[in-house]
Write a protein that binds this ligand. Structure first.
Ligand code: PMP
Length: 305
């Protein structure tokens, strides 16, 4: 990924190279941050941010869980995101707001540390590879499980707990897969390292419930909305590993991964091994909205200009 020109850091737009953090900052030692990943899409009349309100709500929720206070209002961060996109003249981009604890001490209770906020925007292509959205990706079930609910709160985007996601992602690559699927502590399917998962089986759409240690993804909620609109039955239920091998279709979804078909799991072909018809319909409907080819009937887009 290439750096952009400007970063919003503690209330100011500054050059990329100047947006630095002290080595003694709490966040470097203990992963003391909360973040979001948001996309802005290129529409005919300029960029528009996808589900900005939902992402800001989740940022605030994650901060509440982690007991870190954002020293700005929601409106200020909303504005700062639009300002940063404009300052970098992006047509489309990935947006990474991050709230983190700076330097005070090495005490594990870092609540006395100053809170910093930054917004990074950058160009981002297809997260799981240039052909991933059409051809699909091969994945493997990870030997790393998602965290048990009483260890880390999977429903919050807290920096430190992404070490779990890093293990899942690194292992998948080392085993020759594009991505891994983690099971939860009870052995049921949870999610990818940075994506939620859906299966199609006998015409129904299945996805793990939030209780299976997933992040309640914003794209996941949009898929559930679009599936409902198409009259598809959507079931949020525990999914056993073997069902991964028997699915007719399967896909990951997330801000970065968008809607990425899964063509094999543990080297077993999923369905036809290609993007299936339901995945294709959901994907086309999704991109028609976010790229502005049809009206934004759910109010998902915030124009930047
Ligand atoms: N699960 C994890 C662990 C993630 O990091 C992400 C990306 N934020 C998702 C799922 C997908 O969530 P969203 O659709 O909100 O990007």
């Amino acid at each position: 990924m290439l750096p952009s020109d400007t970063i919003w850091f503690d209330g100011q737009l500054i050059p990329w190279d100047q947006a630095t953090v002290h080595v003694a900052a709490h966040v470097i030692h203990y992963g003391s941050s909360v973040f979001e990943g948001i996309r802005a899409y290129a529409l005919p009349d300029g960029p528009a941010v996808f589900c900005l309100k939902e992402h800001l709500d989740r940022l605030w929720d994650s901060c509440k869980i982690y007991r870190i206070e954002i020293p700005y209002t929601r409106q200020e961060i909303h504005q700062a995101i639009l300002d940063t996109i404009r300052a970098n003249a992006h047509k489309a981009c990935y947006i990474r707001p991050v709230v983190f604890r700076g330097w005070d001490s090495f005490s594990l209770d870092g609540r006395a540390c100053p809170t910093h906020v930054s917004i990074i925007t950058m160009e981002m292509g297809k997260y799981l590879g240039p052909d991933a959205l059409e051809k699909g990706v091969s994945v493997g079930v990870s030997s790393w499980q998602r965290m048990a609910p009483n260890t880390y709160p999977a429903g919050a985007k807290i920096g430190g707990q992404y070490i779990n996601s890093q293990f899942i992602a690194m292992e998948a690559v080392d085993h020759g897969y594009v991505e891994g699927i983690a099971l939860d502590v009870n052995g049921y399917v949870s999610e990818g390292s940075g994506e939620n998962i859906f299966l199609v089986r006998r015409g129904r759409l299945l996805t793990p419930p939030v209780a299976c240690s997933i992040l309640d993804g914003i794209t996941r909620q949009c898929i559930i909305t679009l599936a409902g609109e198409m009259g598809l039955e959507v079931c949020e239920e525990q999914i056993s590993r073997e069902l991964l091998y028997l699915a007719d279709e399967m896909f990951f979804c997330g801000t970065a991964a968008e809607i990425t078909p899964i063509c094999s799991v543990d080297d077993i072909t999923v369905g036809s091994g290609k993007r299936g018809p339901i995945t294709t319909r959901l994907s086309e409907t999704f991109f028609d909205i976010v790229e502005g080819r049809v009206p934004d009937r759910y109010g998902w887009l915030t124009p930047v200009n």
